[in-house]
Design a binder for this molecule. Structure first.
Ligand SMILES: Cc1ncc(C[n+]2csc(CCOP(=O)(O)OP(=O)(O)O)c2C)c(N)n1
Length: 364
């Protein structure tokens, strides 16, 4: 019996607009006002410096474990920049730049990493879900939020971020399937940074791309250069506009790289080569964006000096506010109070360990 053929062939589009030298493809260049470009640059620089500060605060024992974003700023800001008031951001744990862009305060970022639940609470008009540490779970929350907004007749969009490792979780597939079937206004932004702690991308999937996984769920998928803020912006704009106008979900795969440690508890020299990191340093999203702005004659190194000073002062103030708030909240042991009525033995041990650590810190 001859087989019938069902045509499900798809090609994955890869979008790149700004090359590593900062040269732009004029035909594809999105129409972003200068003021917005400068605002994006300011936030990119702020988040790079804030990232460095968080790392040193962790090393000094002033905050806990933290997941740096260095190298992934363009993926986050390019996507979050197209959201509007009333839209939702549903982050994983490495989206500090997107969170700041959407209105989370730097001191709240610090509070989260300092172990205070209060850091996850945002004002009524700031639609950001708390950081989600369990890999992949929050994608389902994003679909629920999107579904709810559509059910209520609102033209709002939910955008969720996750890593390449998260695409191996069942939650990813359930979220994509439900979003496709129910036509929910969700934009899935996968930051393919090539590593899930020490697990390389090739151990995560046999597919050529992550973007193509969208096609199995009947939704559009696109791959973009995630270190090119213009490409991310253009792809996200198309996806968000489609979702807002009732066209349903999209998967965007941002090809990027985690330039720093997985978290402050990680030593990447044990599983990846320095040359690989060096190669990606040449594709740094911040330097590339600055080259573009310079060529457009709307930014110069001289202005950068002023900006660096302003940012350093803002970060200093934020750290002060964080430390004052942290003091007023008491210690972070309260985190153990609200999940179990009776703590299981292993959690009781962790609580005791933290209590001792906090005691030692007080004495030091
Ligand atoms: C369900 C679950 N399993 C394992 C972990 C431990 N863990 C934390 S981050 C991580 C890797 C995540 O990789 P990826 O999704 O690529 O995101 P990235 O950390 O690279 O941003 C793992 C396995 C976890 N937090 N949750």
């Amino acid at each position: 019996m001859p087989f019938q053929e069902i045509d499900v062939e798809h090609r994955v589009r890869h979008l790149s607009i700004l090359d590593p030298e900062g040269r732009v493809d004029k035909e594809l260049e999105p129409d972003i006002p200068d003021e917005m470009l400068l605002k994006l640059h300011r936030m990119m620089l702020f988040s790079r410096r804030f990232d460095e500060r968080l790392l040193s605060l962790q090393r000094q024992g002033r905050i806990g474990t933290f997941a740096p974003i260095k190298g992934q700023e363009a993926s986050q800001l390019g996507a979050a920049a197209v959201l509007e008031d009333g839209d939702w951001l549903i982050p994983a744990f490495r989206e500090m730049a997107a969170e700041l862009w959407r209105g989370k305060t730097p001191e709240n970022v610090l509070l989260v990493y300092g172990g205070f639940n209060e850091g996850g609470v945002t004002p009524e008009d700031v639609n950001i879900m708390p950081v989600a540490i369990p890999v992949g779970t929050h994608m389902l929350h994003a679909v629920g939020i999107g579904y709810g907004m559509r059910y209520d007749g609102k033209d709002r969009v939910a955008m969720t971020f996750f890593g390449d490792g998260a695409t191996s979780e069942g939650d990813f597939h359930e979220a994509m399937n439900f979003a496709g079937v129910m036509n929910t206004p969700v934009v899935f932004v996968c930051q393919n940074n090539h590593w899930a702690i020490s697990v390389p991308l090739r151990r995560q999937t046999r597919s050529k791309t992550l973007a193509q996984k969208a096609f199995a769920y009947g939704i559009p998928g696109i791959q973009v250069d995630g270190n090119d803020i213009l490409a991310v912006y253009a792809a996200a704009k198309e996806a968000v506009d489609r979702a807002r106008s009732g066209g349903g979900p999209t998967l965007i795969e941002c090809i990027t790289y985690r330039m720093a440690v997985h978290t402050t508890a990680d030593d990447p020299t044990r599983y990846r080569k320095e040359e690989e990191v060096k190669e990606w340093e040449k594709k740094d999203p911040l330097i590339r964006f600055q080259r573009y702005l310079k060529a457009k004659k709307i930014w110069s190194e001289k202005e950068a000096e002023k900006l660096e000073k302003e940012i350093a002062e803002e970060i200093k103030q934020a750290v002060n506010r964080f430390e004052e708030k942290a003091k007023s909240y008491g210690d972070s042991l309260v985190m153990f109070d609200y999940v179990f009525e009776d703590l299981p033995p292993y959690i009781r041990e962790q609580k005791e360990e933290l209590r001792q650590e906090l005691e030692e810190k007080k004495e030091a």
